[in-house]
Design a binder for this molecule. Structure first.
Ligand SMILES: [Zn+2]
Ligand SMILES: [Zn+2]
Length: 148
């Protein structure tokens, strides 16, 4: 789904890849993500937020690269930020929205924590050069692959 970036470390030869953005299957992915949140797959805090926010909540479920502000390591995660419609009259059960869609505001912001050090992570705006998970060398991606 979205764009896949593949890397091969110029130092240790390790290969790694990340996926970013959205593809054709995004409405289904959003639907699954909302169901997952409702089922408690993302923890009690998110389950409760969803239950309190009601069935009009939507999610972008975009694949994003997050970078730890403390140790600098990165992770490829799904942004599960929940959005609520500005007006109550919005059509029901439309769980799929895209970033920047009008008529919605952030209901609960997803702030991932680093699996290495527990620090707060920030979204990388441009994903080009990423450090090797094995040796830390910064590499550039090979040709982009569009996938859905
Ligand atoms: Zn390496
Ligand atoms: Zn960290």
């Amino acid at each position: 789904m979205g764009t896949i970036l593949e890397y091969k470390c110029k130092k240790c030869r390790k290969t790694y890849s990340v996926s970013v953005g959205i593809g054709y299957l995004q409405p289904m992915i959003c639907e699954d993500t909302v169901k997952g949140i409702a089922a408690g797959k993302y923890g009690k805090e998110w389950k409760d937020a969803y239950e309190n926010g009601g069935e009009n909540l939507a999610v972008t479920a975009e694949k994003v690269i997050y970078c730890c502000e403390k140790c600098g390591s990165w992770e490829n995660k799904t942004d599960i930020t929940l959005y609520a419609p500005d007006k109550k009259s919005v059509e029901k059960s439309r769980h799929f929205i895209m970033r920047g869609d009008e008529g919605f505001h952030v209901y609960k912001q997803f702030v991932p924590t680093c699996s290495q050090c527990g620090g707060a992570m920030k979204e990388l705006e441009k994903v080009y050069e990423l450090s090797c998970p094995k040796c830390g060398t910064v590499n550039e991606p090979g040709p982009m692959i569009l996938a859905d």
